[in-house]
Design a binder for this molecule. Structure first.
Ligand code: FMN
Length: 230
């Protein structure tokens, strides 16, 4: 206990590397050298798990995107669980759709985004664009996306795997300050790949495609976390 006697800030001393007054820890031992301090800090930064929630972009009943989002959450847990934590953010929980019970609030969403190091969006393509629910979710927060990573999976029943929904999302994601990973996970012919009856037609191929996208998100999220100061 004696080691933690008091912190003393002497503000009229020259500024230190943190831009503030000299900080003295009054102890029986001299303070650790800066090199050791930075090394420890780096160790903490490297060991702390990233938090990257998965956002599903639609509340449509019978949506295939929900199946893909579940697949993505499981893949993050099994393949990246040592470095990433995740949770599913589902527009069905926010009461956007008439009759749906609201179990999540704007504040819940804001808290999740504040805590997040990045987000992973799983969205269908509706009329060459994104569903309104996704925009409503994204618009519930403003400041806390900045300098965080974002990756995308797009789903369509046609051959193009939702490339157009990704194009239409880019300017919004950039506007809110998210840093966009350059590799997407596209699911084309969604009804065949993730059939109504359940399961995945070729889980290994889907996993490979997802990982190519998510590896980028993890890399970006790590670098950006350091840039934000951990
Ligand atoms: C309102 C609506 C609009 C759609 N527009 C497109 C489209 O523009 N391009 C496309 O490839 N698929 C389109 N689809 C098909 C979806 O891509 C398909 O349903 C896919 O499974 C993903 O959506 P889901 O998660 O709602 O199932 C549309 C589906 C709906 C319900």
């Amino acid at each position: 206990m004696e080691l933690l006697i008091r912190w003393k800030i002497i503000s009229n001393k020259p500024k230190n590397i943190f831009g503030c007054g000299q900080l003295f820890w009054v102890t029986k031992q001299p303070p650790a050298p800066l090199g050791a301090f930075l090394k420890n800090r780096l160790k903490i930064i490297m060991s702390k798990k990233l938090f990257i929630p998965v956002i599903v972009g639609t509340a449509r009943k019978g949506r295939t995107s929900g199946k893909v989002a579940d697949f993505v959450v499981k893949a993050i847990e099994s393949e990246y669980g040592d470095q990433v934590e995740t949770t599913l953010i589902d527009p069905c929980d926010f009461g956007f759709v008439p009759g749906a019970e609201q179990v999540m609030t704007r504040e819940d969403y804001q808290n999740l985004i504040q805590k997040a190091d990045g987000i992973y969006i799983v969205t269908p393509e509706y009329n060459h664009s994104f569903p309104g629910e996704l925009k409503m979710l994204l618009d519930m927060e403003l400041g806390n996306y900045k300098h965080k990573a974002v990756g995308m999976s797009a789903i369509s029943s046609g051959p193009w795997g939702g490339t157009r929904v990704i194009e239409s999302l880019l300017s919004i994601l950039r506007k809110v300050g998210l840093v966009i990973a350059d590799t997407d996970y596209l699911v084309n012919f969604s009804g065949e790949e993730f059939p109504k009856e359940g399961g995945v037609k070729d889980p290994e191929a889907q996993l490979r495609r997802f990982q190519r996208s998510f590896d980028e998100v993890v890399w970006l999220a790590k670098v950006l976390r350091e840039g934000r100061g951990g």
